[in-house]
Design a protein around this ligand. Structure first.
Ligand SMILES: Nc1ncnc2c1ncn2[C@@H]1O[C@H](COP(=O)(O)OP(=O)(O)OP(=O)(O)O)[C@@H](O)[C@H]1O
Ligand SMILES: [Mg+2]
Length: 247
């Protein structure tokens, strides 16, 4: 079974241990996010009311629309923050990874054609099953593919490979792109929430993906060579039937 305790540090602190830093941090983030959400909702509602109810000067209308647009952006960051602070709600089942790969590829096919990026999918047959929340893993993989596409110039390549590593009893999925790569300096920061090098990025894609993969008792690793490309490797343990000796 998946170890939920890891994601509810609260339950690790039975006894008199102080709560972990991560738990305090998550609580603090969620608290601040909620506090910001309420006034932003009022600002948004007031701006909307002005636009709907009053005949306004063209210039004033323009500025109120800016208030509205930016409060919507703050709202969406707040939503992501709240999601980051609480463990994702997961609904696991025993299944293969093949369906997830097919559905993420379907979701990004149109963008790949627009960008002229060659998307190659290599999935080993008869992969062992894993214990998976398909929706969460689809979201995580989508974040990884969108990052690869953001980094890949027109006419680049993106290859998704899925195979079984018999020795470690895990399924390895790798996303290899021929994009701009990541500098050594940035490589140590990319999993930090809100680290972004993009004009319109929020910097949460990788931290959310990491959270979901760890929720599956998996691991994510990134290697990159600037101006050459990036490889993201995700390792997910295969599902093993528990025997009575497992305890
Ligand atoms: N495949 C990649 N190639 C090059 N850089 C990458 C790649 N994946 C991630 N990065 C770098 O890591 C940073 C953080 O990625 P992350 O997905 O967390 O945030 P983001 O893509 O900037 O914003 P968003 O919240 O919209 O996902 C990116 O801004 C980018 O600099
Ligand atoms: Mg991203």
């Amino acid at each position: 079974m998946v170890n939920y305790k890891k994601y509810y540090p609260e339950s690790r602190t039975a006894g008199n241990e102080p709560p972990s830093h991560k738990y305090v941090e998550a609580k603090l983030i969620a608290g601040i996010a909620h506090e910001i959400r309420n006034p932003i909702t009022s600002i948004k509602a007031a701006a909307q009311l002005c636009l709907n109810k009053y005949k306004l000067d063209k210039q004033v209308r323009k500025y109120i629309k800016i208030i509205l647009k930016n409060s919507e952006r703050v709202n969406s960051v707040i939503k992501d923050l709240i999601n980051l602070a609480k463990p994702p709600e997961a609904s696991f089942k025993i299944d293969g990874l093949g369906k997830v790969i097919t559905s993420v590829c379907d979701l990004v096919n149109a963008r790949c054609s627009r960008q002229n990026v060659r998307l190659t999918k290599r999935v080993q047959r008869n992969l062992p099953k894993i214990f998976i929340d398909e929706k969460l893993i689809t979201g995580a993989f989508l974040n990884l593919i969108l990052n690869a596409l953001d980094a890949t110039p027109k006419c680049g390549r993106l290859t998704i490979t899925v195979y079984y590593n018999h020795n470690a009893e895990e399924i390895i999925t790798s996303f290899t792109d021929s994009g701009c790569g990541i500098s050594e300096d940035n490589l140590s920061k990319i999993f930090d929430p809100f680290f972004t090098t993009k004009k319109n990025g929020i910097g949460l894609g990788l931290s959310l993906a990491q959270q979901v993969i760890e929720l599956h008792d998996g691991k994510i690793h990134i290697e990159s060579k600037p101006n050459y490309g990036t490889e993201v490797t995700v390792r997910l343990p295969v599902y093993k039937e528990r025997t009575s000796e497992d305890g």
